[in-house]
Design a protein around this ligand. Sequence first.
Ligand code: DLL
Length: 430
Amino acid sequence: MWNKEVETLPRDKMEEIQLERLKDTVKRVYENVPFYRNRLDEAGVSPDNIKSLDDIRRIPFTVKDDLRENYPFGMFAAPMKDIVRIHASSGTTGKPTTVGYTKADLELWSECVARIIAMAGGTCEDIAQIAFGYGLFTGAFGLHYGLEKIGAAVIPMSSGNTEKQIMIMKDYQSTILVSTPSYAMHMVEVMEELGVKKSELNLKIGLFGAEGSTEEMRAQLEKRWGILATENYGMSELIGPGVSGECVHKTGMHINEDYFIPEIIDPDTGEVLKDGETGELVITTIGKQGIPLLRYRTKDITYLIKEPCPCGRTTTRMAKIQGRSDDMLIIRGVNVFPSQVESVLLGIEHISPHYQLIVEREGFIDKLKVVVELEDSSLLESFAQLEKLEETIKHKLHTVLGLSAKVELAEPRTIERFTGKAKRVIDLRK
Ligand code: DLL
């Protein structure tokens, strides 16, 4: 363990730390961020009112629009002279969500990420290839500093140039790959096409994150690369990567609870749900100085796990993200998460793990089309086989989604590949 003392704290001790840091954070934002002072005044909460962890429920939620309205630096709780780094979210529309780090924040960030790497089995012996894009995105820098902190040798490849990634991986004998799961899938495909065998590599651990993926996807990544594929979670607004990560037992992602207080709420009513119930993850940051956030609504759907983990860590875990409340599709009244489609497709033979969901409206009726890529072109010669495959996919999708979808089979290698976060849903209704 990277920080055994903290990661195995008894619950009461962890809560003591959380309460103390929560009080400090509320005071800090009340004094330094006009937005929070107004919000808290409106809600009738002053920093002195926070006497127990339950008092967190008196604090109003913070949402992404609050950051947008205070763009770019209005939510910062530290003066600009103390900010040493600026990152921004990968938002595709409008202005990016901007975050700032003090020196102490960078230290805290490295600590959080180092714990996550160590959890997955990473050590100073490792050679880690970072295939996240360096830039405003937090993924590459976050992992970079965490890996350096544990003493691993970092290869800052950045994303893209996939053939070169494979060459470097083979020549330098990289042992850790850092990327999105979808890019890791694309990379292994290129590796196979180049005729490079996994036995020529020395890859052992995948540290995958920044987007969702299913257990079926993990199983394929583990098999094709011959690695242990672990997942970690984070968000620019909260810090970047380093909020939570899986240990080798893969029983959910251990949350760095001494810096992040998790809650699960009903996304419609805002009511706090009980442990084990599925809803929207809300996080309060309790260590950061640059831009601390109170009860930030992540829109990510998950549940919390408090049962002990065989690794001995006592921190609360969060289950795999099922999807984002804003990427849940409502088709003819039925809720569909892209992850459900992925888990169906990856269980079917002869198709590749690349797919696209296209939602259209014909008249007043929503139609879902799933474009699925064939693994190799041999199937194209048999109409009967193609038809059978299409039927199988349709049937399985119907069973899982409770909705009929049109299935389109695409030729091998025709669906777009991604080197960062995959974009698999095209909603033409908007
Ligand atoms: O993606 C931070 C990060 C970088 C995490 C590298 C892990 C590794 P953003 O670009 O702000 O930050 O995107 C945050 O990505 O709200 C989730 O919807 C999604 N996300 C991140 N990790 C996971 C994961 C980074 N393990 C948004 N599973 C979040 C599912 C994830 N979704």
